[in-house]
Design a binder for this molecule. Sequence first.
Ligand SMILES: [Zn+2]
Ligand SMILES: [Zn+2]
Length: 155
Amino acid sequence: MSAGTRQRLRQQLDAYMAKKKLRSTAQRRLIVDTFFDGSPHVTIEDLLTEVRSQDRGIGYATVYRTLKLLAESGVASERRFGDGLSRYELADGEDDHHDHLICTSCGSITEFEEPKIEKLQDAIAARHNFRVTSHRHEMYGVCGACQARERRVGS
Ligand SMILES: [Zn+2]
Ligand SMILES: [Zn+2]
């Protein structure tokens, strides 16, 4: 994700909070900063653990509400990768869309960008006179590390 996109998402959040007349508390700022700078595809629990290492006083409900706010304002995208958990990541910009490979063995999530796939999707949509507003590609399978482990166990 480019610095420009991050900057734009920050401004989008500020504008949304101003419109909704929401106060920016110190706890909320810490949660937002941690979300922007921390690991991608976090669950509520992941983010709670990360912010609590900075401020023990932050509760689950505050993290939950802040993530909902990030999602409502379009700054965060909510994702579900088949394990029953909601995960959150920064929303894609106009020109930096990414998709995911999900390992069903260890749960690792790998991001990829492939302009050829994006182009092909546009062509398919055009062929069907379909106006695409969003899409997601998720490939489920076994990652390289897990395949190596399987081979070791098997031999
Ligand atoms: Zn794996
Ligand atoms: Zn992602």
